[in-house]
Each structure stands twice: as C-alpha cells, then as structure tokens.
Design a protein around this ligand. Sequence first.
Ligand code: SF4
Length: 311
Amino acid sequence: MKKLNVLPPSPEESKEDKAVGPGRFPSWLHRKLPSGSEIFQTNAIVSKYRLNTVCEEAKCPNRLECYTKRTATFLALGKACTRNCGFCDIDFSKQPIAPAADEPERIALSVRDLGLRHAVITMVARDDLPDEGATHIAEIVRAIRKENPGTTVELLTSDFSGRTELLDIVLAEKPEIFNHNIETVRSFTPRVRHKAGYERTLSVLRHAKSTKLSHYVKSGIMLGFGEKDEEVRETIRELYEAGCDVITIGQYLQASSRKLLVKEFVSPERFKALEKYGHQLGVTHMYCGPFVRSSYNANLFVPGKEAIIST
Ligand code: SF4
C-alpha cells in the first residue's frame, strides 16, 4: 500500500507501520448515524452567513451528531492554514486570503440564529499576518457578546508562535474557556505538528492560566499514533501542572490519505483509565473517549453549569 504521510516516517516506523483504515474499525467506533431536520437547519445557518466550520473542514466524525444538536465550531480567519500538521486535513497555504472584515459580525449572527448558549471559535494558524490573527479573534468575541448577551465563549486558538503579547490580545476579551491543544505526546510532536512545539504549548497554557482572565484553561490530546500509556500520563501530568482545568482525550482518525496513519485504536477501557488518572491528579474535568474531540459537547464544561459527564 502506498504511504502518503505528510512527513516522512521514521526509520523505526517504516518497518512497522500498517494502515488501520476504514472497514477495519473496532466495534466501539461503529455507531448509528443521527438524522433529523436540525442537521439541515444548522447547515443552512452556517451557509447563510458564509462561514467555515472545523467540523466540515477537518471532516470531524461527529458533525452529524453536533449538527443535530444545532452546534458547530466556527473556523475563523479563512479555511486555509499556514501550517500543515500531519494530523489535520484543513487546506494548507503559505499565503491565505486576507481575513474578512465582516466575519466577526457574521459569526455573531450565526450564534444568534443557532441559539448557542456556548459558542466555540477556533482558527487556522495565520503565521503570515503580523498579529497572527489575534485582533480578528478578539473582534469576534466582542461581536458575539454584543449580539448574544449571556452566551459564553470558548476560544480554541493557535499558539500565536508563543508570543505572549498576541495571546494577551485574545485573553483580554476574557473568554470563559481558553483552549489550546497539545494534540499529542512529547515524542510524537515533531511528526504530528512540526511547526509547533510541545514546550511552547505548555508555556502558552501556563501563560493563559497565569493571567486569570479565563475561568478554565483547556487542552486536548489525540491517541492512536502509537504513543505509550506512560507518555500519555506524562502529558496529562504536564498539562495539569501547566494549569489545565479541562483535558479532552480522543481517538485520532485519518481524515484523508494525505494524513498520518492510525497506528492503533484505543479501547474505551484505556480511555477510562486515563480519565481516572487525570482525576486522581486533580484535573477538574477529564473528558475521554473514542469520539471525544476538543470541541465535542463543549457546553458540558461551561463554568458553573457543568453537567455530570459520562462518556
Ligand atoms: S466535535 Fe467539534 S469539530 Fe467535531 S462536529 Fe462537533 S463541534 Fe464540530
């Protein structure tokens, strides 16, 4: 089988790698797909305002479920990213189009029409822009708040190259939840997101926590690249020490043949064990399971309105 990893495989991986592809999913990844008019309504609202969602651009496996719940995660600053991470299927461009000046307002109106009480905004990395998109993201938060008083906001941002002056622009808007994903364990970071850095992510999270401007600091990990449980536990511990209140852990799935191969399907029992480990450390919310994504059921963790979680 032809291998189409974004990054060349390590010598060790070349010997061992096997694709685990569609049709070979374990039983716990089979589920009945939801249906209902809400899916079309959510799509219609997103289309009406010409918005991008990470649900569509990253081919998230939960999109039908989330759309049924009239939820989507908006992808701001265009739909082309200046990085080309090994796991992520969002289009790559060194010079994406300029941010649309009216995008903040269009997102705010879409939040209103969807009736979202908790809005999650994510972004492509815009290393090409002087402020890497920070000012635009801040404008989106202001527009949502103006149009939707009472709606809480979660920002799932890039690392802004670790530039604290840019992070401070978005944190100054006091998003209820500041989210930045570490994505994988330390050893896999160069292959999974070669333009980011494990330590840089920890410093971004530490900085967000130190400002006390968000109620929760959140991060997420994907499993299935071949990482060991000890490494995952180390990452959970380091996220906790960096100040994370919420940690999500889900199964990595290959969104297209251009992306990194799935090396392993992690059982629900292992997810549960990792969840327990995080709770024992003192993490406020661990949300772990095969279908968990960073923004999956994000409304469960709204500060002060948390639901009892059962994955
Ligand atoms: S889990 Fe997140 S990215 Fe996936 S469909 Fe739901 S809201 Fe969108």
